[in-house]
Design a protein. Sequence first.
Length: 97
Amino acid sequence: MITSKQRAFLKGLANKIEPITQIGKDGISEAFINQLNDALEARELVKVSIQKNSLLDTKETANKVAKLTNSEFVQAIGRKFVIYRKSKKKPKIDLPK
């Protein structure tokens, strides 16, 4: 579980990144989760966008994806959300205490 101070720090970092993957009308698939797990291991902080043709709620989807990938929900803005998971092999982001 991340603290509010750590969440604020991650939000600041997330402002500078673009979404690297998106969820379409098919919703959350196993392939999408596998792709996201790889991205989280490589980057730690990932922004995802939800396409307009998808009827998914951003916050609900973000929480479900975070649970499926064992990551932390950071924020949701519009049709985008950010999740974080510390890399097991090469941690890059040093969270404040």
